[in-house]
Ligand binder design. Structure first.
Ligand code: ARG
Length: 282
């Protein structure tokens, strides 16, 4: 049992956090750059330090391996600077792969490149009929798929996902263009709980999240703007942007182990740790 002191000084006793080894698919940022602007973070006049980006990305992969996770790579394609954001390629639950269909024409060719990886690795891929940006907007947790909409992935896709996976899919309305993908405003801490930034959601969706996850960790706008909610958790270790200082402290208080990984160059494209990571769930 772990004993800790909550923010209000009450003593909390709970079982220790247990990490589960994961299988992650990533794409080396060989051609990563900001060459078009399809979200408010992207500015063609702010240069990306591509050498630094490659080092930051390598450190993320190393951190995953150091914590016992399997990391596989898909071959990057020249001319697809956002292909590094592997999360957008698919949602994989129970070995079923629901593919992607990007809103921006610039990103559409990424779907086929990832689909080829999945097929080569023994998976069938269901192609969405409507705009779908994979785990960017579709987050499995607690027997549900939380599904964002408002900027990219459509309600039609939420219905398709529910039919395809047979998992209740909860639509959530995103309202702030800085948090245009669900995974910029919310992540799964473990199989039963989440961390999120409430103001990124409509009032009704905030109420849904409070109802489903009364114990959730809620973050400030500063933490969200630092890509703190674009984190990856294995149930114990949380790979998190060090700039999200308030959130990092809260995670420790809740018994998680923050593993800081700085992906500042990717923030210039509107992405962070989770965006660079596709989880292949068996
Ligand atoms: N530049 C990319 C886009 O706007 C960033 C994608 C970030 N990915 C994510 N899962 N939030 O599409």
């Amino acid at each position: 049992m772990a004993v800790e002191t909550a923010a209000d000084e009450t003593v909390v006793v709970r079982p220790p956090r247990v990490p589960r080894p994961r299988r992650y698919l990533v794409c080396e940022p060989r051609y990563f750059d900001v060459r078009y602007a399809i979200n408010p973070w992207m500015r063609e006049d702010v240069p990306v330090d591509t050498a630094l980006a490659r080092r930051q990305w390598a450190a993320l992969v190393q951190a995953y391996r150091d914590h016992g996770h399997t990391v596989e790579t898909v071959e990057p394609v020249p001319g697809l600077p956002d292909m590094v954001f592997a999360a957008n390629a698919a949602l994989v639950v129970g070995g079923r792969v629901f593919g992607s269909r990007f809103l921006a024409p610039e990103r559409r060719p990424e779907s086929a490149a990832y689909e080829a990886w999945f097929r080569a690795n023994g998976f069938d891929v269901r192609a969405p009929e409507s705009v779908c940006e994979g785990e960017g907007d579709l987050v499995p947790v607690g027997g549900y798929v939380l599904a964002g909409t408002g900027f990219r992935t459509t309600r039609e896709t939420h219905r398709e996902v529910q039919e395809f996976l047979g998992v209740p899919t909860i639509g959530l309305q995103l309202v702030d263009p800085y948090f245009y993908h669900l995974d910029t405003a919310l992540f799964a801490l473990d199989d039963t709980n989440i961390a999120y930034y409430p103001e990124a959601f409509s009032p009704g969706s905030q109420e849904v999240l409070r109802r489903l996850f009364p114990e959730a960790v809620t973050a400030t706008r500063d933490d969200a703007m630092a890509f703190g909610l674009n984190s990856v958790s294995d149930g114990c270790h949380v790979f998190v942007a060090p700039q999200a200082e308030g959130l990092v402290a809260q995670l420790s208080r809740h018994g998680y182990v923050p593993v800081p990984v700085d992906l500042s160059e990717f923030h210039k494209a509107g992405g962070g740790i989770k965006c660079c990571t596709q989880e292949v769930r068996p």
